[in-house]
Design a protein around this ligand. Sequence first.
Ligand SMILES: Cc1cc2nc3c(=O)[nH]c(=O)nc-3n(C[C@H](O)[C@H](O)[C@H](O)COP(=O)(O)O)c2cc1C
Length: 304
Amino acid sequence: MKGIDLGRGLILRNPVLGASGTYGYGTEYTDFLDLSSIGGVVVKGTTLYAREGNLYPRMAETPSGMLNAVGLQNKGVHYFVEEIYPLIQKYPTVMIVNVSGSSIKDYVETAEIINSLEHIPAIELNISCPNVKEGGMAFGTTPEGANEVVRAVRKVYKKHLMVKLTPNVTDITKIALAVEEAGADSLSLINTLLGMAIDIKTQRPKLSTVTGGLSGPAVRPIAVRMVWQVKQKVSIPVVGLGGIACWEDAIEFMLAGASAVQIGTFNFVDPTICGKVAKGICDYMKQKGYTSYNELTGALKLEC
Ligand SMILES: Cc1cc2nc3c(=O)[nH]c(=O)nc-3n(C[C@H](O)[C@H](O)[C@H](O)COP(=O)(O)O)c2cc1C
């Protein structure tokens, strides 16, 4: 099967990526699957300086999903360059770095550093994290804020710029258009939905941060709807995610207009899921007589 060309040098062998924050640096999964069987890995959220993340508890199980408030725990971009990059640059799949920040300056400096890494063909700019006090989702909830940060990063980042959108907005298409206009090469959506859970025994919130990000199968219909709406408006490729738990779920996203998909929470249930979904999509394509993944993207039939 022909691979997927997302533009500006980002080519995936197949449409399945491990989602940021749930796939570590890929290293954590090498005992479970051959990384060459998947399209790529989006490594955990990377910031300019190290972050300890939020206080525990920062995860809670919910019906068909989970709430998290990890808060972008990571050791910073310099640690990534010195300690992680030498290990992962030889991995037999595409490695994408998820970049987060508290200010435009943070995003720009981090992106500039990663731009110099030969074996990283793309960044995913996270303007959608609901679990940090400053920055994160704040940039992604207005067209102006999203446009400004993406425009600034575009000036220094010369490779493929994927921008990850938040679903915590009234009209995601307005943000998508603003990000496309600012020079993004592709969009990924969705990040988590803002949620809350309460322990009725203690009468306290289940997360230290009170609210957190909801992910897993519970969010999937919202994510599919948003991919479909966004793809009606933008001409750059869209990468769909939110609640994928099997290959059939991934096909839904692709029919709605996604060129590729990411899998997050379900890796915690089945660490081999990305490989299984990649195979399932490939088998479905063969059965339908498709020879390229593009034929599946947006093949939704609306007429009766
Ligand atoms: C524990 C956890 C940590 C996450 N960390 C990040 C992160 O660092 N950067 C990011 O852009 N998204 C992060 N996400 C969001 C996921 O990448 C994904 O957008 C979201 O969970 C929806 O997909 P899913 O339902 O398949 O998990 C995280 C999600 C979870 C569950």
